[in-house]
Design a protein around this ligand. Sequence first.
Ligand code: ZN
Length: 428
Amino acid sequence: MRITLHGAAGEVTGSAYLVETEQARILVDFGMFQGGARLEARNVRPAGLSPKRLDAVLVTHAHLDHVGRLPLLLKGGYPGAIHATDATRDLAGLILRDSAKVQSYDVARQNRKRERAGKPPVKPLYDAGEVEETLERFREVEFGRVFSPARGVTARYAIAGHMLGSASIQLSVQEGGKTKTVVFSGDLGPAHLAIVRDAVPFEHADLVFLESTYGDRDNKPLPETLAEFRAIIQEAVRRRSRILVPAFAVGRTQQLLYHLDELFCAGKVKRFPVFLDSPMAIEATRIYRRHPDLFDAEARAMERARAADRRPRHVQPTPTAEDSMKLNDVPGPCLIMAGSGMCNAGRILHHLKHGLWQSDTVVMIVGYQSEGTLGRRLVDGDKSVRIFGERVAVKAGIHTLNGFSAHAGQTALLAWFGHLAPSRPRWC
Ligand SMILES: [Zn+2]
């Protein structure tokens, strides 16, 4: 057996593992490289990975850095199935369709510039039609069920606790009369992440590929972050503030909606309107609610309470741009979640332009902000920022909450790893 890494080695995006056995060639994940032009230039089909010769593709979860290059396989002639959980298929559909849309905007903009400079046009990695063809190849995998994706190989998926439907994958490979077991962790979630069940570790592996985003440290404990979250919300309600949350559409948004529901249900805060101002977040929330079988016990209880509650829903989706504009006139207390998560595009820019200069606005930053984004400038405490070419003073209260990560920290990664033993003890 030979395993080659075609991404996520020495970096955290572009996950892709090629497993070659005597009888089969299997690819585990085929994610997109993200984070700047230099990395993104690597979003190609790597040499040595001939899609026509692949027997199976297995996917751990739906984030773009794990599924973002899948359409390239079909373009390269991959004839087979893409194995993933049902929820991963649904979320991958949302994420890949969005990726195709973003690429088509970017390429159109680049090509206008290239035309003026007399350069030939560039093409997107893939288009919307190619995404749909890719989605048709998905085959559902159930957690815990052993299946054979290719000759001489069996596979089993276990809950990874990172996002809805996310999995770790165990492959058992029969070669030369022996069985070798390889485990791919995928992204692992921390214990007690809202909504999803905690990761279920495997018990055996001869070889483990453990992905780590925060392998060198532990995240801030969730209870501390939730206490801060509650205090900010309570103060904002007291001051009748408008709370703006730059939203990461898939995962983080649903997590925050859940924690808000917790506050409302426990009577810690009086209900106020919450606007979901992102078509992608609205759709991701719908997908989450279609899979209550994957929820943990607390989230299932919350769903039952929600179904029994006859009051009007406090969460209001605002899918159209027109709905979004009307939010300018909504008085506080209210909370508006709008993309993008790092404030570098999307509807949140309009809300920030409208609200940052007002001292009764509260901005809650709930995810990582990369260098050079507007979100990072707000976290760094800039006194004024530029939005749509206009200087806007920052008078709003800016709060950064660091403990909502969906990635396990060092202690949780080691605990998951600690359950694994080799198929045969080493001393034999
Ligand atoms: Zn992920």
